[in-house]
Design a protein. Structure first.
Length: 158
């Protein structure tokens, strides 16, 4: 079971049109494949079939639209593999391991303050902690001497 909701499309017959709802509006996404570059592209249309986005390549991990426009769907859709195995979008992995996921994680999963606490992760400082008592992500600044770091008194003269 995936953590995100996904937009499932049929890749057996491209170009392919799929209608999805965002808020109270319907949108149509057209997906098509370019064999020469082994890339999948999309066009986005509003409910009246007016083109909103045309000729955009699906890029792994990047939202399909990343601009603030009232005509675009409010939902963000991102192509990626929840298992973390893939790192690109191709005809071979699209809709088998790489899907179009809605960026809609439950706040209990996204916000560490709402997550479950255990004895190895008492402060819930990061969600990527492996709960062994050590983490690969530094939550506190390092004590090493960084020649490019600002001096400790840099803000005193402001």
């Amino acid at each position: 079971m995936s953590l995100h909701d996904k937009l499932v499309v049929d890749t057996s017959d491209m170009p392919n049109y799929s209608v999805f709802t965002s808020g109270a509006e319907n949108f149509t996404i057209e997906l098509y494949y370019r064999d020469r570059f082994d890339s999948i592209y999309f066009n986005l249309y509003d409910a009246d079939d007016t083109p909103l986005i045309t000729g955009e390549k699906l890029v792994y991990g990047m939202p399909l639209w990343n601009i603030n426009d009232a005509n675009l769907p409010a939902d963000r859709i991102v192509p990626f593999d929840e298992a973390g195995v893939e790192n690109s979008v191709s005809i071979d992995n699209f809709q088998t391991s790489v899907f179009l996921y809605y960026d809609d994680l439950d706040p209990d999963i996204e916000d560490p303050s709402n997550a479950d606490v255990d004895e190895n992760d008492t402060d819930n400082s990061d969600l990527l902690d492996d709960d062994t008592g050590s983490s690969l992500i530094e939550d506190e600044p390092s004590d090493d001497s960084n020649e490019y770091a600002l001096p400790s008194d840099w803000g005193d003269n402001l």
